[in-house]
Design a protein around this ligand. Sequence first.
Ligand code: PEP
Length: 253
Amino acid sequence: MRKHIVAGNWKMNMTFSEADELLDELMSELEKVTLPRDTQVIVCPPFPYIEMASDYANDSYFTVGAQDVSEHEKGAYTGEVSAAMLESCEIDYCIVGHSERRAYHGETDAQVAAKVDQLLAHNLKPIVCVGEVLEERESGRQQEVVKRQVEGGLFHLDANQIQQVVIAYEPVWAIGTGKTATPDQAQEMHAFIRSLLKEKYGAAVADEISILYGGSCKPSNAKELFSNPDVDGGLIGGASLKAGDFMGIVTSF
Ligand code: PEP
């Protein structure tokens, strides 16, 4: 059965000591609860704090992810971090194709596909973000856009590889805006994504893939969002920066 996942994307926030404090709080909060065995908690801090997060994760109940990776194997790419480096730091997950990377860094579906390949080649699980902008939803093109992103970023993979991938549906108009997709809007898009996976890889494979919702998810709306059959958890931005809020979401299944 596919996993329930809550992944915190810290983005470019936190100093070293703030990160230390948050990880410490998170660890003690996680120690107090018993999560269902199929629930995976992932923390994606900025690169400089990956090692510290891994140290905490070693004796706790979460695992560590990166926020991005290079599409290249190695070499003269100043400032970039490779999948081989993440593998050597024993990182398990990595976000790719986040809408902020697509919007501010011009990341294309082909680059997302290349990053996914790098991660899989180095035994990391990609968390691949897809989602439409407001204008695309308002003109009824959200499924067309998401289909293009899913196909372009993922459909070169074989059936074994695709099962290593987590997909995050993040309507761009809901990210950091306080405006959340309704549970029905989320379920509709998640079911659509799963139908694409079913068509390409068959029902058994499609049923194994976790599809997360992202976009102003918080303790007050997580339960309703996660109760939908095709919503397998959340990718959390703002609310992952406070241990109490993040835990409120983690315990919403
Ligand atoms: C995100 O950026 O992945 C995200 C979901 O952000 P927020 O929760 O702040 O909307």
